[in-house]
Design a protein around this ligand. Structure first.
Ligand SMILES: C[S@@+](CC[C@H](N)C(=O)[O-])C[C@H]1O[C@@H](n2cnc3c(N)ncnc32)[C@H](O)[C@@H]1O
Length: 200
């Protein structure tokens, strides 16, 4: 991992170089970007089933799940992050949220998801997959936990400049292909969203 990238005005910048996520970087990220608008934009763009089981990998503070919770009234919302302090912050923020009681935060990495086989309707990876240590192992785990008709939604702030082919190649070994690709924008924020399914 080279750093955390966020759009700043019209430029896309590496805001803080770092080699790994720690409690300290989790604290920094949560205070600066913990409610980043891409979470709200992407959830608003998805038609969520009220009964869906949703797993958010690299959930950070749990912002995407807090956005989803008012719609997913009968389902389950599970956030996963490997960093101690990030997990604590996510649990604190969800406890304080009106719909937070239905959000469960578990600790673990994308490469070994603490989730049973074949249960998820929707897996989210919002500004996340490029932070995993092993992308191939992470997407294989996504495939393992998804139901056969399940969807993986990848969001990337600013898109993946110059590396779309690399992204598609990373998805392919786990059997995923892109079904929908959209740009989501609001004021200074612009992200790409890819809805992926297992190729049939
Ligand atoms: C840029 S933040 C994005 C957080 C959140 N999804 C959002 O969009 O606000 C990247 C997240 O990936 C997590 N992360 C780091 N290594 C990971 C791994 N191996 N597996 C899953 N998540 C990881 C970090 O702890 C951090 O919460």
């Amino acid at each position: 991992m080279d750093g955390v990238c966020r759009r700043v005005g019209s430029t896309f910048a590496i805001l803080r170089p770092m080699t790994e996520w720690t409690d300290e970087t989790a604290e920094w990220y949560a205070s600066k970007y913990g409610e980043y608008p891409t979470n709200r934009l992407a959830i608003a763009a998805l038609a969520l089933d009220p009964e869906a089981i949703i797993v958010d990998i690299g959930c950070g503070t749990g912002a995407a799940l807090r956005q989803a919770a008012p719609q997913v009234t009968q389902g389950r919302l599970i956030g996963i992050d490997p960093i101690d302090r990030m997990v604590e912050i996510a649990r604190e923020r969800c406890r304080a949220h009106p719909h937070g009681a239905r959000i469960e935060i578990r600790q673990g990495p994308a490469e070994a998801l603490p989730v049973e086989d074949g249960v998820a309707d929707l897996v989210l990876a919002f500004d996340s997959y490029d932070h995993w240590n092993d992308t191939a192992a992470g997407f294989a785990e996504v495939r393992r936990i998804l139901r056969p008709q399940g969807r993986l939604v990848v969001v990337k702030d600013g898109g993946i400049p110059g590396d779309r082919a690399g992204f598609i190649a990373a998805l392919a070994p786990a059997g995923f292909e892109i079904r929908e690709e959209r740009q989501l924008s609001e004021d200074d924020v612009s992200c790409m969203m890819w809805v992926c399914e297992v190729a049939r």
